[in-house]
Design a protein around this ligand. Structure first.
Ligand SMILES: [Zn+2]
Length: 252
């Protein structure tokens, strides 16, 4: 069910054990060929498809389109909450939901820059509510839920998510082809991190002049349809695990 469609008495009557899912995304540059709302559009579609499977067993909040995108700010159009602001925003949302009595809260992420803040937000919230044994606080990212899309569709040339890459461009070509630019002459940009496995602070400008990372040249709408099917199924399967949690135990 959609939180925004309910009256407050209807929300109060919702079973507290229903998972509440907060989709979190971004509004940021996606190369010269994709709209700045790409991450929010893609996650919105994945949520729409997963919600068809889960029906009224999950409460969905509206998608939070403002994300942690400071590494893209040199590119026009990017809107971003500073990392600490964003961390506090997620923490406040968790506090709101726990305050209303919900016990299973999931931050469902669709943007790379949100991964660390979302993980930190659920970690900090668990410390705030450390006396409770009936809370399940989770953060996850849709492309990290287990499937290897290039094993399902061997025509995918990338083996991981990039940025405005083959995967994201394919999904936009399927979802909103009129918003995608010509990809026929776009050159690949390596996703390599030279100091791997260390975590290196980075801004997008130093890795990519056009703004994309990966190989959008190989994107097709058919690949996008496959990716949506894989990712929405992964999200639905994951949320089934959240629904099945016994409400109190670590392994539950
Ligand atoms: Zn993206």
């Amino acid at each position: 069910m959609q939180l925004q469609e309910l009256s407050w008495p209807a929300v109060a009557a919702v079973a507290n054990d229903l998972p509440v899912v907060v989709p979190i995304a971004a509004l940021e540059q996606h190369g010269r060929h994709l709209p700045v709302f790409t991450d929010s559009m893609l996650l919105g579609e994945i949520v729409r498809q997963a919600a068809e499977v889960l029906n009224d067993r999950v409460v969905w909040t509206p998608l939070l389109w403002l994300g942690n995108s400071h590494h893209h700010l040199e590119f026009a159009g990017t809107l971003s909450a500073a990392p600490r602001t964003y961390l506090d925003l997620l923490g406040d949302l968790i506090d709101n939901l726990v305050g209303h009595g919900f016990r299973r809260v999931v931050l469902l992420n669709g943007h790379g820059g949100n991964i660390v803040p979302a993980q930190q937000a659920v970690f900090e919230a668990r410390q705030r509510y450390r006396q409770r044994s009936d809370l399940l606080l989770l953060a996850t990212t849709y492309w990290l839920l287990g499937s290897q899309p290039n094993q399902v569709d061997p025509t995918l040339v990338q083996d991981r998510m990039g940025h405005a890459c083959e995967w994201e461009t394919s999904m936009i070509l399927h979802l909103a082809p009129s918003l995608a630019g010509d990809v026929s002459r776009i050159e690949a940009v390596s996703s390599g991190m030279p100091f791997d496995p260390a975590t290196q602070g980075w801004i997008t400008r130093e890795r990519s002049a056009p703004g994309h990372i990966g190989d959008p040249h190989h994107a097709t709408a058919e690949k996008g349809q496959t990716l949506f099917r894989i990712f929405s199924r992964d999200v639905a399967t994951f949320l089934e695990r959240v629904i099945a949690w016994d409400g109190c135990s670590w392994d539950g």
